[in-house]
Design a protein around this ligand. Structure first.
Ligand SMILES: NC(=O)c1ccc[n+]([C@@H]2O[C@H](COP(=O)([O-])OP(=O)(O)OC[C@H]3O[C@@H](n4cnc5c(N)ncnc54)[C@H](OP(=O)(O)O)[C@@H]3O)[C@@H](O)[C@H]2O)c1
Length: 380
């Protein structure tokens, strides 16, 4: 049986689902791949449980899941301790072949991830932040080396503009468990020319746009989404579009484009002057936007189009916001909370290659992370 050592950052919804699936799938992974996933360390924001020699046993893993579900901290766990340095955790617990898995939502993991790569460890990210800060960090984490021969590889040699996929996976950063990044990478590596990527990457904003198309007032839809828990506690975190912008940036960088989050043109669903309001004031002020959206939907319909909150990556420009699409296009036919991505390429033209399905959910996301981990087990 081959051991696959793992260090996990983040034991929130996705991290806990991942731990659960690792335990549930033990016999499958043993039978199918001759693999045992061995957890060397599990970390939350200020604590960790570490077992660098034998890995955490399944009873301890179940205890950790239960403790975190109950809102406790790993620093308080009998087998745990305080940690304020993920870099140190990787240094102490890591060994050859380790996969470092980032299921946090912070860029505080970046120094530890870069250190892991320097140690030739592999990394799996559900966390978008490390890939959407500096281009240099993206390049080092993904080993993209996209500088026409002037980029430097691990061994100091110049890299051709070829994606190196042997050390990193970040499939769940865009579209959760949907195979979006792998599809993009396959198109790029085949030499196909990706002319345009258009997609919806937010179930919440999909819910809002579907409601508008059904003729409901914007204010009523946002209030309903808020009440149902579909939005963040402050709905502006969804309506502002920055999370979608991060996903668009990851796709654009996947095409080899060199750009930053600041270069992504973002048009949110509310005006900047509503930023200063409290959440309650914001909710009360929503009806002032109803006429605007009603007019936009009517204007779209008059030309056979519908309004979607979409990301568009085309001609060197990355744009996120309300977008008019033909009602008969895959994106136009979409309704509800699914994510959908259209890749229009030299070979997929005029009909695009389409990936569609549930784009969120802790179990589907954790399954995507687990799949990334298993794939890396077999790379050199
Ligand atoms: N949920 C989804 O459907 C979904 C889908 C696709 C991608 N994702 C991405 O997956 C990631 C995790 O999502 P989630 O829903 O599991 O988030 P979450 O429930 O908020 O969990 C985040 C975890 O990260 C830990 N953390 C925060 N700062 C840390 C630090 N400096 N060092 C170590 N751990 C730290 C938190 O620790 P504490 O427990 O101490 O607070 C918590 O355990 C996010 O980046 C999210 O965008 C989620």
């Amino acid at each position: 049986m081959r051991s696959l050592p793992i260090i996990l950052f983040g034991v929130g919804g996705v991290g806990r689902a991942l731990l659960r699936q690792i335990v549930e799938q033990r016999s499958f992974h043993a039978l199918q791949y001759g693999l045992r996933l061995e957890l060397l360390a599990v970390c939350d924001s200020d604590g960790a449980v570490i077992e660098p020699s034998d890995g955490l046993d399944d009873v301890l893993i179940d205890e950790i899941i239960a403790a975190k579900e109950a809102g406790r901290r790993l620093a308080q766990h009998p087998a745990g301790g305080v940690q304020n340095d993920l870099y140190g955790i990787v240094d102490i617990a890591g060994r050859a072949g380790t996969v470092v898995v980032d299921c946090t939502a912070t860029d505080a993991t970046v120094p530890a991830l870069l250190f892991a790569r320097d140690q030739h460890y592999k990394i799996v990210l559900a966390n978008k932040k490390p890939l959407t800060i500096d281009q240099e960090v993206y390049d080092r984490l993904t080993s993209a080396g996209v500088t026409n021969g002037s980029g430097m590889g691990d061994n100091g040699e110049g890299l051709a503009p070829v994606r190196q996929l042997s050390h990193s996976r970040w499939e769940t950063t865009v579209g959760a468990g949907l195979p979006v990044i792998v599809t993009l990478n396959r198109l790029v590596s085949s030499g196909d020319e990706v002319k345009r990527i258009t997609g919806t990457f937010s179930g919440t904003l999909g819910f809002v746009m579907t409601g508008l198309q059904e003729g409901k007032p914007f204010s009523a839809i946002v209030r309903e989404a808020h009440r149902l828990g579909y939005t963040e506690p402050d709905p502006r975190d969804d309506l502002g579009g920055v999370d979608v912008a991060r996903k668009a940036l990851i796709l654009a960088r996947g095409l080899g484009w060199q750009l930053d989050l600041a270069n992504v043109e973002v048009q949110g669903l509310y005006p900047a002057d509503m930023d200063g309001l409290t959440v309650a004031e914001f909710m009360d002020a929503l009806p002032r936007l109803d006429d605007h959206f009603q007019a936009q939907v009517a204007e779209a319909a008059s030309t056979g189009k519908v309004l979607r909150f979409a990301a568009q990556v085309e001609d060197g420009v990355c744009r996120v916001g309300p977008t008019l699409v033909y009602g008969e296009s895959p994106l136009g036919r979409l309704s509800g909370t699914d994510n959908l991505v259209e890749f229009t390429t030299r070979w997929y033209n005029p009909n695009p290659l389409v990936v569609q399905g549930r784009g969120a959910g802790t179990d589907a996301t954790a399954a995507g992370v687990l799949s990334d981990i298993i794939e890396l087990a077999y790379t050199a």
